[in-house]
Design a protein around this ligand. Structure first.
Ligand code: NDP
Length: 329
């Protein structure tokens, strides 16, 4: 069994040296436990925050211990809570080839219903984040103009497509390369731009000349400032993530225009997907339906092998992924 440990805490951008590949024994299950041979694991931006020793909504990773996070695999030993060897389960102990999982922390998934990778992305945590943030937190209504940053990523690509499926009038996305922008057009975004091409404010004004009603923020900083500037009266922002500042050591320079929130009566609302579990059944049903009907597409970028998991994570922070970044073990 090989697993990835946190060797040291990064200052600013993490590097390969912050991780260590460690060999351990394959665990044996006790009562109520399962041994899962992990097939896929997720790398996610929030893991960067967990590498710092600070108090947050999830505890920090411990030094010299395996990292953890969303993963999926086949039960190879143990039997509990109606789960048995041969079942495919979703659980929270990624970053290792074999996981010793408390059966109560595992959920069986149906490999015949969708490719299993979907349960870590489009039908999983990132899909629900998009669905809950757009429809519940920002309460998007038909006819509205929606802007989403990080639009070619796992969450962002779902936000844009769900907005269109729910009747948005105009959907605008920003992403980090020309190829990603091209992909957004294929996914049905009405307009898209590469945020490297000029000030976000100018690109957004060109893409949404009449302003925006909803902003789904994955990036923060200059993007958030531009969105506040572009918002119409009573605009709403779902504040999902601020990846532009996860590796910064100085406080962000933007947004500088927060006072506009008053006159425009804006709502800026942060949220965590974990608080929206009550939407899961509705979300899975609706999204699975769109997938079956071919109305929704999703991209995945898959890196092979536990040894390359750190590389996958670093690549995610640098924008090397289209859609959901996954590691196949
Ligand atoms: P993505 O698949 O979107 O991957 C991250 C992307 O961020 C990269 O592909 C890169 O794309 C972009 N990025 C990196 N640095 C910058 C930068 N400086 N400026 C602009 N874009 C940048 O990840 P997820 O879909 O998993 O997550 C998206 C966001 O949602 C993150 O902020 C994450 O923290 C947040 N999140 C929040 C949750 C919640 O409950 N609130 C739950 C899940 C995710 P590019 O090439 O376009 O730069």
């Amino acid at each position: 069994n090989r697993e990835i440990h946190l060797a040291s805490r990064p200052q600013g951008w993490p590097t390969a040296d912050n991780f260590r590949l460690v060999e351990t024994e394959v665990p044996t299950p006790g009562p109520g436990q399962l041994v899962v041979r992990n097939q896929l694991m997720s790398v996610d931006p929030y893991m960067r925050g967990r590498m710092d020793d600070v108090k947050s909504y999830v505890p920090p990773f411990a030094l010299d211990a395996p990292l953890d996070g969303g993963a999926l695999g086949e039960v190879v030993a143990g039997e509990a809570d109606g789960i048995a060897p041969g079942d495919t389960v979703l659980h929270g102990l990624g970053w290792r080839e074999y996981a010793l999982v408390d059966a109560r922390g595992a959920r069986r998934v149906d490999p015949d219903l969708a490719p299993v990778s979907a349960y870590l992305g489009v039908l999983g945590m990132t899909g629900l984040t998009a669905y809950a943030g757009l429809l519940d937190v920002a309460a998007m209504k038909p006819g509205e103009t929606v802007f989403v940053s990080g639009a070619a990523g796992a969450v962002g690509s779902m936000v844009g497509q769900i907005a269109k499926l729910k009747g948005a009038g105009r959907v605008v996305g920003s992403a980090g390369s020309a190829a990603k922008v091209e992909r957004l057009r294929v996914l049905g975004f009405d307009a898209a731009f590469d945020y490297h091409d000029g000030p976000v404010r100018d690109s957004l004004r060109a893409a949404a000349p009449d302003g925006i009603d909803v902003y789904f923020d994955n990036v923060g900083g200059e993007h958030l400032e531009a969105a506040i500037g572009a918002m119409r009266l009573h605009g709403r922002a779902a504040i999902c993530g601020m990846i532009a500042q996860y590796n910064e050591t100085e406080p962000p320079a933007a947004p500088r225009n927060l006072a506009l929130v008053i006159g425009k009566r804006l709502t800026l609302r942060g949220f965590l997907v974990g608080d929206h579990g009550h939407l899961r059944d509705r979300f899975v049903q609706e999204v699975a339906g769109w997938l079956r009907e071919g109305k929704l597409s999703y991209d995945e970028t898959v890196v092979d092998g536990i040894a390359r998991a750190p590389e996958a994570f670093l690549g995610l922070l640098r924008g090397e992924n289209l859609g959901k970044m996954l590691v196949r073990l």
